[in-house]
Design a protein around this ligand. Structure first.
Ligand SMILES: O=C(O)C1=C[C@@H](OP(=O)(O)O)[C@@H](O)[C@H](O)C1
Ligand SMILES: C=C(OP(=O)(O)O)C(=O)O
Length: 422
């Protein structure tokens, strides 16, 4: 394990303009759709982090030509997916849930594995669904093997997607290529991260796939081709949130360029959340500026749709003036780490007052002190520690390199933001 990273303390109110790299969620959907089209297409403004590397590696392993040149990825034409192959998912939910529904179209055996924690992430729902659609799957979690015959019948499946929206997104992305298309019904507690499913539906439609999402909790994909599209990726708005939080906690001003005027990314919700905490938020012609208040207010928010933002928002709540409750996010226990346990432990480790609830976390205001903030191989736990460290001297993050999952340049970007403030 490398030396802990001493989180820099802001010398005063931060004032900076930041450009954020491409969205993980959009990049990895674009790559899967490009591969499913079978024809050549280009992805520009792509994420260059570990999750995108895992996706390009997975596609190459099943016979898709992929060339990466910085933030431009060219996916080549091919004659179908082929095994035998071994796929390393790393810790990427988008790889472990989006690639198997495509890889069942391959001929030959495809074995999937990933990081030790990836073996604990929920997979049974989507693997069972693939069996129900006619695929042969050996195993119920990573590692597992698909025994492909070159096609899948498809049809209707009912799943409980309350553990992850990615079960729905993964199936929908490939459904058009199944002989009978695909209908997914969800039955169970509410599906989290609905904006991510809307992102899937919108991108499928852009690729010419017919999707009927008119009925709640049901999605119908007509069988057919997936068109090749030259995708242009939006900046990752969830990854923008630690930088915007820096303005909020220091009473400074941070501007993020290239903010989309309309988007399915859940990160867009940070505008409303920061405003609720007392920050001034303006979006003019694609430029988002957050000005921090002198004191942050506590909040009570249902985060189910935007669970990905929880580590950033929890860090803000730990620094707020009043009590906060973040609810609707029991499914975060299956993320890169159990985020409810991890946030509770790390906020407590630096003197905070946090308790885990059945479906979230409750945080009360206290004075914080320095200490070691553990990242648990979770990029967003690491950036949450950096936020706290801006205003609490002596915080160090044990594994800042884990931010490379979706933001490879994070320590340098953070340093540049602070340099502008001097
Ligand atoms: O489809 C996607 O790109 C994602 C969906 C969400 O997953 P869950 O629904 O499992 O929270 C989100 O948290 C994850 O970071 C990315
Ligand atoms: C939950 C996340 O990632 P994954 O795509 O691995 O599920 C996340 O990035 O917050």
């Amino acid at each position: 394990m490398p030396q802990p990273w001493s989180a820099p303390v802001a010398p005063g109110p931060i004032s900076a303009t930041v450009t954020i790299p491409g969205s993980k969620s959009i990049t990895n959907r674009a790559l899967v759709l490009a591969a499913l089209s079978g024809r050549a297409s280009t992805v520009t403004g792509a994420l260059t982090g570990r999750d995108a590397d895992m996706m390009t590696g997975a596609l190459r392993a099943i016979g898709v030509p992929v060339e990466v040149d910085g933030t431009t990825i060219v996916v080549g034409a091919h004659d179908g997916f082929h095994g035998p192959a071994e796929i390393d998912c790393g810790l990427a939910g988008t790889v472990m849930r989006f690639v198997p529904p495509a890889a069942v179209l391959a001929d030959g055996k495809i074995r999937f594995d990933g990081d030790p924690r990836a073996r604990e992430r929920p997979m049974g729902t989507i693997l069972e669904a693939l069996r129900g659609l006619g695929a042969v799957v050996e195993g119920d979690a990573l590692p597992f093997t698909l025994v492909g015959t070159g096609g899948v019948t498809g049809g209707t499946v009912t799943i409980d997607a309350s553990g992850s929206s990615q079960f729905v997104s993964g199936l929908l992305l490939s459904g058009a290529r199944y002989d009978k298309g695909l209908t997914v019904h969800h039955s169970g507690k509410p599906v989290p991260s609905m904006p991510h499913i809307e992102m899937t539906v919108e991108m499928l439609r852009t690729a010419g796939v017919t999707v009927d999402d008119g009925e709640p909790n049901t999605w119908r994909i007509e069988p057919g081709t997936v068109n090749a599209v030259d995708w242009v990726i939006e900046p990752d708005l969830s990854n923008a949130t630690p930088f915007l939080a820096a303005a909020a906690v220091t009473g400074g001003e941070v501007t993020v360029t290239g903010w989309p005027s309309s988007t399915t990314q859940p990160g867009d919700a940070i505008r409303e959340i920061l405003a609720q905490m007392g920050a001034e938020v303006t979006l003019v012609d694609g430029t988002l500026t957050v000005r921090g208040p002198s004191k942050l207010s506590g909040v009570d928010i249902d985060m189910r749709d935007v669970g990905e933002l929880t580590p950033t928002v929890a860090a803000l709540c730990a620094l707020a003036d009043g009590p906060s409750v973040l609810r609707g996010i029991a499914h975060l226990r299956g993320h890169e780490t159990d985020r409810l346990a991890a946030l509770t432990a790390e906020i407590t480790a630096v003197g905070g007052d946090a308790t885990e609830t059945e479906d979230g976390i409750a945080i009360r205001p206290t004075a914080l002190h320095g200490g070691l903030w553990r990242a648990y191989a979770d990029h967003r736990m690491a950036t949450a520690g950096a936020i706290v460290g801006l205003v609490v001297p002596g915080v160090s993050v044990d594994d800042i390199a884990t931010t490379a999952k979706t933001l490879p340049d994070f320590p340098a970007m953070w340093a540049r933001m602070l340099d502008e403030a001097r």
